[in-house]
Design a protein around this ligand. Structure first.
Ligand code: ADP
Ligand code: MG
Length: 734
């Protein structure tokens, strides 16, 4: 081990000296019997205790005698509890716990309403300190629901000045006061053990306190501004470590892994383009150039392609896949849903019709996993008899082995977890000639998303990816007008839809559930099938209405989608299965029922189904919504206010916060304790700017890789962002 700099490794100052990893049970004043209670708070060691931060602060008034308390002002005093009793409620009188406090000079009445638990806690003869607003009751001073604390026999010194009192996360058996006392007892010793990984000059330039000072500011603030300054420093530490992890992960990918370099020539380029039915937009050209440059290298591409709904990401993906095929390698395209995989397969098959590219669809539905069909299919993939595989997660779960996988594209990445992305990357590991290479060989990977990643996140969570952006829509797109309407306008909405149908239009109607049966709020929800019937009977005489949802057989769904595409079905009532990929240019009206139930990104995706054709009609998206919550109102306001996917993603992140932004299943969010994204955007920018590489370099030099990993804050963040996440070997840092 290199010399220690990390706080965990700080030298003991004698046999009895505490260390940051000293167990909570061995700390002075903690008491062994409370260890279990501390554990419930997540506190096992002194270091945990130090990191157990207040969640808010309250002013505590300076103490004075009962007689000197000023009426109607927050005050605090101490004395003996001379009486204490529980008074049950009676008629209009509320149940309450009453007491009298005597400080030797005067008496004060205390009352806590409904606080029956105080019967076990407060008894006559106890010495208390109480704080509250002073009122009067029958001519006597009184405090209603005062905060109280029991003073020990020896008695703490009276509080002469007001002070900011930290309020800690607490439990029934460990009150915030007990936490505060325990921290107070060890804080000074603990702070001496905290070493600061940040070089002094850098810290000064950033106007940040030292790490020890930051903890002091949080636990024992001298003024109202200190907690924020301390928090900012800890957030900086966390985010910086996240950044450093990313820097190292990138470096690892770039130096320790190999990918097949793909040959590129004008002839190949011409050959691929000849397949596309339209000229590419300038934005598509730009990202194809970026991707091609990556693919020609012998290290893996690790790129995210973001572009709004309808911006034309598919042909870009196809270009990359065909470059692999032109090099006699394989390509794979993975989609989040079966419907989308089928659509990709159909549209790519159409583009490649008549070519020699061998293509197959690998989904969960097509041939059951483990079946004979599936076994044969996997065999063809393994022998390299298939050039291009389009599939769903089945690509991961079925242990599909490729002969020579060169390019993997993951569509709609936001619907997959980060971990799956990594798992797919491994698919190509140990291919035919990998044995001959010293470096593990992985395919080039391109992840695509229509939910643009706000900058704060592209610098943190997705920081290991290069980003390409399609910032332009193909020609002929017409703008979409979005309106939010209350449920009592439903009739008018559908009349308007009927008029549009008469003019040759087609419509999507989106409802939030498949079937009313078994749904908790079934009667409020409009089911797909029931709703389709209703529309057919009441508004759409002479037109055809059909329903699609995820539980339909693939064949049935295909037939319906196909007829909708050909204009034989006029209204498609659907669940969110149509959220991604569905492309029917003639449809220019969308109605969303219960729009308040949908997420912001989801509404934006859904809306992207319309506005795709050069039909010359106005595109309208009508959201029928009953916005009962603030969040819902904000979402609807945002969606009606802009069609810019980037603005929507920022708004989404701001409304939901990072955890929710990723969704519970995604596990994409880093486990930050103090830092908050997007709230700490400026801190993210500070870490990410010039400092990042500077700090990375100086830290590595000063402390060595192991110690950087052992730095106190954000250790958890680290483990998530190390290359081992993808099952690859640990990085070896110089
Ligand atoms: P997304 O980025 O949402 O995946 P798609 O790749 O599905 O978008 O493209 C949306 C539609 O735009 C498709 O019908 C596609 O054929 C069409 N398209 C893509 N690129 C162009 C282009 N350069 N010119 C005209 N139409 C295009
Ligand atoms: Mg797409």
């Amino acid at each position: 081990m290199p010399p220690s700099h990390g706080p965990r490794a700080a030298a003991p100052e004698g046999p009895a000296a505490v260390r940051l990893n000293t167990s909570i049970a061995d700390l002075p004043g903690a008491g062994k019997h409370r260890a279990a209670a501390w554990r419930r708070l997540g506190v096992n060691t002194l270091f945990d205790l130090l990191r157990h931060l207040p969640h808010r602060y309250e002013w505590e008034a300076a103490e004075s005698g009962v007689a000197d308390l000023t009426a109607n002002v927050l005050g605090s005093t101490r004395g003996t509890l001379t009486s204490a009793r529980w008074v049950p409620g009676h008629g209009r009188a509320k149940a309450r716990f009453e007491g009298v406090l005597d400080d030797g000079q005067g008496q004060m009445h205390l009352v806590w309403f409904n606080a029956s638990y105080l019967r076990d806690q407060l008894h006559p003869g106890m010495t208390l300190r109480v704080q509250g607003r002073i009122g009067r009751y029958r001519g006597q001073p009184q405090m209603v629901n005062p905060r109280w604390e029991r003073l020990d026999a020896e008695g703490a010194a009276p509080l002469k000045d007001q002070r900011l009192c930290p309020i800690y996360p607490a439990t029934d058996d460990l009150s915030t006061l007990m936490v505060e006392r325990q921290i107070g007892a060890v804080l000074d010793d603990a702070l001496k053990l905290v070493a600061d990984p940040l070089p002094d000059d850098m810290r000064r330039r950033l106007a940040m306190p030292s790490l020890a000072e930051a903890y002091r500011m949080l636990h024992r603030p001298a003024d109202e501004d200190e907690p924020a300054a301390g928090r900012r420093r800890l957030a900086f530490n966390e985010l910086l470590l996240l950044q450093l992890g990313i820097v190292m992960k990138r470096r690892f990918t770039q130096t320790q892994l190999a990918a097949p370099p793909l040959r590129f020539s004008d002839a190949i380029d011409r050959h691929i383009r000849a397949r596309f039915p339209f000229p590419l937009t300038a934005a598509q050209e730009k990202v194809i150039a970026q991707i091609t440059a990556d693919l020609r290298r012998d290290r893996p591409m690790n790129r995210m392609l973001q572009g709004d709904v309808g911006s034309g990401k598919t042909v870009v993906a196809l270009y990359a896949l065909l470059l692999a095929v032109a090099n006699r390698c394989q390509g794979a395209l993975m989609a989040p849903t079966q419907l989308l995989a089928e659509q990709h397969f159909a549209s790519i098959a159409a583009i490649l019709a008549g070519s020699s590219v061998r293509m197959e669809l690998l989904t969960a539905g097509r041939a059951a996993s483990g079946s004979e069909d599936r076994r044969l299919q996997l065999g063809r993939i393994k022998r390299g008899e298939i050039d291009l595989v389009v599939g769903t997660q089945a690509l991961l779960t079925d242990k599909a082995k490729f002969k020579d996988l060169a390019v993997v594209v993951v569509d709609e990445q936001h619907r997959f977890g980060v971990l799956q992305r990594a798992a797919l990357k491994q698919r190509g590991d140990m291919t035919a000639d990998a044995v001959a290479l010293r470096k593990p060989r992985v395919p080039h990977s391109l992840v695509m998303t229509a939910t643009p990643i706000p900058r704060t996140l592209s610098l943190t969570v997705f920081g290991d990816l290069d980003v390409s952006t399609i910032d332009q829509l193909p020609p002929g797109r017409t703008p979409i007008a979005t309106h939010v309407l209350p449920p009592d306008k439903t009739d008018a909405v559908y009349r308007r839809m009927a008029q549009r149908l008469a003019a040759g239009d087609q419509a999507y109607v989106v409802v939030p559930t498949i079937d009313a049966a078994g749904h908790a709020t079934a009667d409020q929800l409009k089911s797909v099938r029931g709703h389709a019937r209703l529309l057919q009977e009441h508004y759409c005489a002479g037109f055809r209405v059909a329903a699609v949802h995820g539980r339909l057989k693939r064949r049935t769904r295909e037939v319906i989608m196909d007829r909708f595409r050909r204009g034989e079905i006029h209204v498609l009532v659907a669940t969110t299965v149509i959220e991604v990929g569905v492309d029917v240019p003639n449809a220019s009206i969308m109605i969303v029922e219960h729009a308040e139930r949908f997420g912001l990104a989801q509404l934006h995706q859904l809306r992207g189904r319309i506005g795709r054709g050069a039909h010359g009609r106005e595109n309208v998206c009508l959201l029928i919504a009953d916005a009962a919550t603030d969040d819902a109102r904000q979402r609807l306001e945002a969606i009606a206010g802009t069609t810019d996917g980037f603005k929507i993603a920022e708004a989404d992140l701001a409304i939901r916060g990072i955890g929710e932004f990723f969704g519970t299943r995604q596990h994409g969010a880093p486990p930050l304790r103090v830092a908050q994204i997007p709230r700490d955007h400026t801190v993210v920018m500070q870490c990410a700017s010039g400092y990042r590489s500077q700090i990375a370099a100086s830290l590595l030099q000063a402390a060595g890789f192991e110690n950087v990993m052992a730095l106190n804050e954000g250790t958890e963040c680290w483990s998530r962002f190390l290359p081992t996440e993808s099952g690859l070997p640990e990085p070896v840092m110089a």
